[in-house]
Structures are given as C-alpha cells and as structure tokens.
Design a protein around this ligand. Structure first.
Ligand code: MV4
Length: 451
C-alpha cells in the first residue's frame, strides 16, 4: 500500500479522498490555491502545500508544482479526483515518469477514450453498439450531407475531440445541414484546436444511462450497475439515481455486458464510467467513457455498499478487486447536486459567505460537502457546494426522503439550487420516472419560484 497520497484537487472530492486514505492508514498531502487557504481539505490532510494563486490555471492545473509538492512532502502517489487534470493523459504520464503512482488508468487508456473516434472504433471492435453514424471524421460538407441523406434526418454533428456538448449541432433537414456542419467545425476548432467532426443519427428523447466500471491489474473488470443521469441542464448533471427507472434485469445484463466488454477491450484499470444513450425503442448505444471517479459515485457506493475511492487506491497499489461481481442492489438511491447558483437568474453563480448552515440527516441520508457556517464560497471554481444522497427501500421512499432532506437543509448567504431540487422531487413527471435528457426543457416551470 502507498505511504502518502497527494490529492491534486479541492472541495468535496478532496475531503472524500482524504477519508478513504485515512481508512486505509495512508497519509495525505493537500495542495491548495491562495483562495482555498481556509478549506477543510487543508486542515484534514497530514501535509499541505500552497501551489499558487486562485485561478486554476495558475495552481490546480500547474503540473510541475504538483510534482514538486509530491517530491518535497515524500508522497508516493497522486489522486487526481475529478475535473482539473483527472483526464489529462500527459499529467498521468508525467506522474508515472516521476516515479509516482497515478491513481487512475494508464495515460494510454485516458488518451484512447479522450479521442471520440478512437473510442468508437475500440468499442465497435468488441461488438459494443454505437449510434449509427459515419465511421470516422468527415472532411467535406457534401460527403457528410450525402451520408445524412442516406441515414435520414434529423442528424447530429459532433466534434471528434469533443465531450460535454461542445461543438455539437443538430440538423433537422438538408437545408439546415451545411450551416450546422460549418458551425460545428468552427466551434470544434476553437474549443479543442481540432475541427474534425462526425455525423450520427439524432435520437430525439434518449436517457443518459451510465455504468460504473472497476478494473484491476490482473485483468478483472466488473460493472457495479447503472446510474440514470437524465436530468441535466446545459450538459451539467443535476440529479442522478440508481437503479434507472427504465431498467429491467434483462436490459441491465445486456448493457452491463457491453460496458464490461468495452472496458476489457482496453484492459481498463481503476474506476471508470461507460456512458450510454438509451433510446425510446429500447436500443442502447455507447457514447463515451470517463476515465475518472465521477461526482455521482456515491450513488453507486450506497446502492452496492462498495467504497469506490478505497477500491481505486487499492487497485492502483496493485491489489485485486475486492469483489468480482456486482453485489445485490439495495433499494433505490438518488443524489442531488447543490450548487451556489440562482435558479431564478438562469442558474447564475452565487458565491459568497455562508452565514447559516444546517445539514440534513437521518437514516439513509448522506451529505458530501466541504462547506460550513462561516465558509466563503470562492468565485473561481465549480459552483457545486454539496451532494445530498438518499437511499430508500424503493424509488418513492428515496424521493420522499430526498424532499425532506432538501427542505431541512439550510444554507443562508449564497443562493442555492436547493428549492429548485425540492420542486423536482414533487414533479409528477419526475415521480413517474418519465425523464430523458430534455426533461427540464419540457418542464420550464420548475425553474421558477412559485407565487
Ligand atoms: C446525442 C444525442 C442524441 N443523439 N447523440 C450530449 C453530450 C454528448 N456527450 C452527447 N450528447 C448527446 N448526444 C445522438 N446521436 C443527445 C445528446 C444530449 C445529451 C446526452 C446526454 C445527456 C444530456 C444530453 C443533453 C442534450 C443532448
């Protein structure tokens, strides 16, 4: 096992990783920017190093400073968390070349999955379904239009280097196509420095369903069930749950087998997520693989009872997976992300000092947060300040518990998404499980304060 792990992150995930390390008897090193001096991850770690000014590009993204911090504190491994450098292949390479363990997959695995065309190719090779589309990037608009006509409209044009919805354009018909194609190309070029795009059949109302994967260095790969993350706004997930309301044992078997085959194809090591789209007709398609621990990992931890962060650390240290198949799923789990944002002002960030803080609690309620009364939410980073995770015997019980948890969660100071999330728990469509990636567009009233 490692002696000392440096956590190249901040906020709730830094606290989550410190907790896992402590349970394993591993020492920790926190790194922090000048804006995070008062943060709990600094207080809870055994060692801490200031790595620069507030903007992430001058601190949390500065690779040489992170490596230097690991060297001066005697760390033997780095955990990247999520965001920042978690899916940066070059970072993984430099960490390893510096004789430190990278707690995550190999640089090559990160690279393949970060290249959408390469990922699609790898999945297709092992029989994982991908959305019908061009096999690779299409160079000219006429070739692309030809393909779209054969496929049938609507189609979606996606950046090969993309993710998160950037460089993505839907074309309703042939007239619309040339403009959408050029827009996607130029957006891809400016966002990723690579203007390659490909064309796919556009699914009108897909659900976003992702499978949690764990692999070890002995070639074992398992999945730990799915999470339904269909409630999103501008490609930001707001609510995640497991099991998916759309899941059946047969569908889970087929989607889970595909997810495991995909991860095995690249001999995946560590925690990863296979994101899929589930169409209204029951067809499912590989979308992308995230090669990191995700924000919503507690949903899987609660439904399976497995500590994913401890498992990540053990596997990186060369241990075997502690389970070799999916344990029985325990009831229903739902997670709400609480952001310091004002839903009445188009979810505009609302940083500032928290005057009052009262956490929710009770049986089956988990709160992952780094904030406290007196803490000031800085304006420089992600606006997520807490995750509430609730477990019930079934979905209605989990939803009822979540509503109560949100209604008794007091944060005064910044505006938060808590009242908005409590309204979603009472929405009939949400309660019936009728969610897809256009849920909020079809329920715009949820974004407004009643009265
Ligand atoms: C799609 C799609 C419909 N059809 N692909 C959005 C993020 C990117 N990684 C893939 N995305 C989508 N790809 C086809 N062929 C709809 C989306 C999509 C979406 C997917 C998951 C969750 C939320 C979404 C919101 C809008 C669009």
């Amino acid at each position: 096992m490692f002696k000392k792990v440096l956590i190249a992150n901040r906020g709730e995930i830094a606290l989550r990783i410190i907790r896992a390390c402590r349970e394993l008897g591993v020492q920790t090193v926190a790194v922090y920017s000048e804006a995070d001096r008062e943060s709990l991850h600094v207080r809870f770690a055994d060692d801490d190093v200031c790595i620069g000014p507030a903007p992430a590009r001058d601190s949390y993204l500065k690779i040489p400073r992170l490596i230097a911090a690991a060297e001066i504190t005697g760390a033997d491994a780095i955990h990247p968390g999520y965001g920042f450098l978690a899916e940066n292949a070059e970072f993984a390479e430099i960490v390893t070349a510096s004789n430190l363990a990278f707690i995550g997959p190999t640089a090559e695995q990160i690279r393949v999955m970060g290249d959408k065309a390469a990922a699609r190719k790898a999945m297709t090779a092992v029989g994982v379904p991908i959305v019908p589309g061009t096999p690779g990037p299409v160079e000219d608009v006429d070739e692309a239009l030809d393909f779209a006509k054969r496929m049938g409209f609507p189609v979606i044009i996606k950046a090969a280097a993309g993710g998160g919805g950037k460089g993505m354009r839907v074309a309703k018909d042939a007239d619309d196509f040339a403009r959408s194609f050029q827009l996607a190309r130029s957006e891809a070029l400016s966002a990723f420095g690579n203007g390659d795009v490909y064309v796919e059949k556009y699914l009108m109302r897909p659900r976003h369903i992702e499978f949690q994967i764990m692999g070890d260095k002995f070639g074992n790969v398992i999945h730990l069930g799915e999470r339904d993350c269909s409630v999103q706004r501008r490609h930001q997930k707001l609510i995640e749950e497991s099991p998916s309301p759309a899941m059946t044992p047969d569908l889970r078997k087929r989607m889970g087998d595909a997810a495991v085959a995909g991860a095995k194809a690249i001999e995946y090591v560590g925690a990863g997520t296979i994101e899929m789209l589930l169409d209204e007709d029951g067809s499912f398609y590989f979308m992308e693989m995230n090669t990191r621990i995700q924000v919503e990992h507690p949903v899987t931890e609660m439904i399976t009872g497995i500590d994913l962060v401890k498992e990540q650390i053990r596997v990186a240290a060369g241990e075997r997976l502690s389970v070799l198949e999916m344990p029985p799923l325990r009831g229903h789990v739902i997670e709400c992300r609480v952001n310091a944002e004002d839903p009445n002002r188009n979810f505009q960030p609302s940083p500032g000092k928290i005057h009052t803080f009262h956490p929710p609690g009770g049986n089956g309620v988990r709160l992952d947060t780094h904030v406290y009364a007196g803490y000031t939410v800085p304006p420089f980073y992600d606006s997520m300040i807490a995750k509430v995770i609730c477990q019930g015997r079934d979905r209605p019980e989990a939803l009822a518990k979540m509503r109560l948890a949100l209604e008794t969660f007091i944060i005064e100071g910044p505006m938060t998404t808590i009242p908005f999330l409590a309204r979603v728990m009472q929405n009939p469509r949400f309660q019936s499980g009728d969610v897809d990636t256009k849920f909020l567009e079809r329920e715009p009233d949820l974004m407004k304060e009643p009265g």
